[in-house]
Design a protein around this ligand. Structure first.
Ligand code: ZN
Length: 239
């Protein structure tokens, strides 16, 4: 997996804003709902967008710094998202994680309502190594550290956890890794829903001995991140 490399706050916020717009273009857009966060490199808390802005609209100036108690310290004056504890709980539980996403993409939401276990049919599913659990303490918004900590427990050492009838939380060792895992989890849920709907007999990839590291090694994460950035620039008329 991509190792965390220290970057300046300015670069981090620009990458985080682009990460928002990239996941928005890849199935995660639900108007203003959902959020990505980045661990503040100075240890003060986490950066995420304010409530008023759509995922596809985020610029660096729409981000604000929230401390571990939920106070907004710096950045945008917009309203704080009520589900900020999701991010704080995962950052507390996982020292290896530097970026987290929580969104409600269609195929993750549909999959989260089933009793099916997510497995790897193709590459996208196998990145998660058969470790994706479902958090089901509440079907409502996760607004307290108590609920968020239970969700972080369900995440364990995986890169994603589904939230029953709600959505998904995904993470990574860097902004680029998190964004790629977010795109992959939505695609993996879609693949398995389509496969199950087909009625065909099928087998899963992880069960056949293929580990996630065999496919998604750091250079591939970087290649995918750069590709999605070029695609974003084309879509936004910058190239
Ligand atoms: Zn939510």
């Amino acid at each position: 997996m991509t190792e965390h490399e220290p970057i300046t706050i300015e670069t981090g916020l620009e990458n985080l804003a682009r990460g928002y717009r990239i996941v928005a273009a890849n199935g995660h857009l639900e108007a203003t709902l959902g959020h990505l966060s980045w661990r503040d490199p100075e240890g003060r808390g986490l950066w995420m967008k304010c409530q008023e802005i759509g995922l596809d609209e985020v610029e660096a100036g729409d981000l604000h710094l929230i401390d571990w108690d939920g106070n907004v310290l710096d950045g945008s004056n917009g309203h704080r998202h009520s589900e900020w504890p999701i991010h704080a709980a995962v950052f507390h539980a996982r020292a290896d994680v530097h970026c987290i996403g929580h969104t409600h993409p269609m195929h993750c939401v549909l999959f989260s309502a089933t009793n099916e276990k997510l497995v790897g049919i193709g590459h996208n599913g196998s990145y998660f190594g058969g470790k994706v659990q479902v958090f089901e303490k509440t079907l409502a918004l996760v607004r307290t550290m108590e609920d968020a900590s239970v969700m972080a427990e369900a995440l364990g050492d995986a890169w994603a956890v589904l939230l029953r009838n709600h959505g998904v939380t995904f993470c990574g060792t860097s902004i680029e890794h998190c964004v790629i895992m977010g795109i992959a989890i939505e695609q993996a849920c879609k693949e398995q829903l389509v496969m199950n709907s087909s009625g065909l007999d099928w087998q899963w990839k992880v069960n056949n001995g293929l580990k996630d590291e065999a496919i998604l090694y750091p250079r591939i994460v970087t290649n995918l991140w750069r590709y999605h950035n070029r695609k974003l620039d084309r879509a936004e008329g910058r190239s």
